[in-house]
Design a binder for this molecule. Structure first.
Ligand code: ATP
Length: 269
């Protein structure tokens, strides 16, 4: 114990710097997750590591080239990805309060009930930590407040945006008509259609919650982490989403896979 205290008092400034750099990197990662910039940022980190290694083992020329390249690539990164950074910061800001989220959950649940009752097909992805930018870019940008009326309008079959899914980030509908990746899970029965496969696929690749309303039956299903729970009672959707998305409810340990929430499920894949 005394050794640890000695170490901290000796290197507190270095530890503080490492801490600040780590937090900054993590924040940037959160802001840019799901975008091309995330990949480029990982590339820059790899260059930093190579610079350190080449310095240690005295590869002078490679180290000289990389040392010159590094500052340039960091400046270029901020210039090229300025739109992604701006959008990411706005997204972080929106995650702040629970009130906005709660209102959005209410609107999503209301919309789901209407879609289910009218047997209108719907596919709704709710972004969590992992950014969905690459999927937003496959659709049509909307950037509007989440309202049940707007969601229902998007999915009516006469709407040009009804095919594909919508993506919700915080309390905004980011885009509609987005293409999600289809699951490759061979255990899923052949009878499961592409809307449900797209929901499962997106939930496998990201931590998003994906709600599906079946056009055929009006049944509501929710995919998380590659698992889909089918035939949720419409009146339970709001409670279900609050259990996952709002911290106060999370403390009570109500989660997607918790048995308390599977009571209404007739089938889980
Ligand atoms: N990759 C995809 N990403 C987003 N949406 C998709 C994707 N593939 C299909 N869809 C949506 O699913 C619709 C087709 O649904 P399909 O009937 O094949 O699926 P399903 O799971 O049986 O759903 P339902 O029960 O509503 O019929 C398409 O019109 C489109 O809106």
């Amino acid at each position: 114990m005394a050794g640890i205290i000695d170490f901290i008092s000796l290197y507190w400034d270095t530890l503080l710097e490492i801490g600040i750099l780590w937090v900054t990197y993590y924040m940037l990662f959160l802001i840019l997750s799901g975008t091309m910039a995330e990949q480029v940022m990982k590339g820059i980190i790899i260059i930093v590591v190579i610079v350190a290694v080449t310095r240690e083992i005295n590869l002078v020329i490679i180290n000289w080239i990389l040392t010159k390249l590094l500052p340039l690539s960091v400046v270029a990164f901020f210039i090229i990805f300025q739109p992604e950074l701006r959008r990411g910061l706005a997204r972080l800001g929106r995650f702040g309060g629970n009130n906005g989220k709660k209102a959005a959950i209410g609107e999503i649940s209301k919309a789901t009930m209407v879609l289910s009752k009218k047997k209108v097909g719907g596919l709704i992805a709710i972004e969590r930590k992992v950014g969905l930018r690459r999927y937003v870019e496959s659709g049509v940008g909307i950037d509007a407040e989440v309202t049940s009326e707007l969601i229902n309008t998007i999915f009516v079959t006469s709407s040009p945006l009804h095919d594909g899914g919508i993506i919700i980030s915080g309390d905004r509908i980011e885009a509609a008509a987005c293409l999600f990746p289809l699951t490759q899970n061979t255990n899923i029965p052949k009878t499961v259609g592409t809307r449900h496969r797209a929901a499962i696929g997106l939930s496998e690749e990201t931590d998003s919650i994906v709600i599906v309303v079946s056009e055929e039956t009006g049944n509501i299903s929710v995919a998380i982490g590659g698992r889909i729970t089918r035939d949720l009672e419409p009146k339970n959707v709001s409670k279900f989403l609050e259990g996952i998305l709002l911290p106060r409810h999370r403390e009570k340990n109500i989660s997607f896979n918790s048995p308390s929430f599977c009571l209404d499920n007739k089938e889980e894949l």
